[in-house]
Ligand binder design. Sequence first.
Ligand code: CAA
Length: 282
Amino acid sequence: MQIKTVGVLGCGLMGAGIAQVSAAAGYKTIVREVEEPFLKKGLARIEKFLAGGVEKGKVTAEGKDKTLRNLSGTTKLEDLKDCDIIIEAIIEKVDEKGKSYATLESVVGGDTIFCSNTSSLCITELASRTTRPDRFAGLHFFNPVPIMKLVEVIRGLATSDQTYQSVFAFAQSLGKEPITAPDKPGFIVNRLLVPYLLDAIRSYEHGLGTIEDIDKGMKLGCGYPMGPFTLLDFVGLDTTYYIANIMFDEYREPAYAPPPLLKRMVLAGRLGRKSGRGFYTY
Ligand code: CAA
């Protein structure tokens, strides 16, 4: 199918990044946030990233202007009515997502594809909240979206071949490298990444080394861009805790069980970079 207009639901960290790469790829992109201040904040994030790109010589001034011209923001779901594909990146709550899908379905055409950027919820369950489970797929981006090349494409039980192929081709058209992941908690990347991060916390609790030394070990010894604690702070401790719980609920394997320290840090509001303190202080 021909995709010309893209809708993005949510203009937080992920939604803003998705809207940016979509607009940069030449799609008319409409991003929707619930309230004007959140929308302004998200659009400002995009402008700042593009301006930073121009400064670093990674984006041309022309490219920045083109991206911003292709992009518009709204607080009304109805404004997404002409979208060929809608990527939802809102709060990780099935009921909230379901409510948004229902409103969207009352305004969009029958062919519009719905995607969710969920990192942990079941795609088949989300698809079942719509009347178009065959035109529904998971499209999972990585943070920071404009920089990370990977996108996971997830087929729900009812996703049609045509939808899967369209979504995969759409991801490629954004300049991303898509992989096909199963509709199981964590998909491919988080399924491997989260137990590693949890194990780093457990190992630290058991005296393996200091936070700095464990980070340095994995960064310099394995060539990872960030050590596990820097990455935990970057992803967000609450997000990691949330994903770990969903994975543990489904698999019932100790590797996915959130360690006591992670739970306590979340309870104490030490969520990582976003709260100013996690394993490090910002
Ligand atoms: N516009 C365009 N390009 C930009 C840019 C901008 N505003 N800002 C930076 N870049 C480019 C840089 O020029 C650089 O490009 P080159 O490699 O070609 O030189 C690249 O982006 C990296 O930027 P920096 O050099 O400024 O920063 P860095 O080297 O410190 O890298 C990082 C930062 C990309 C975040 C890196 O530390 C990294 O990859 N960390 C790991 C991130 C990660 O693992 N993310 C996944 C988290 S898990 C997730 O998201 C899934 C989930 O469900 C929880």
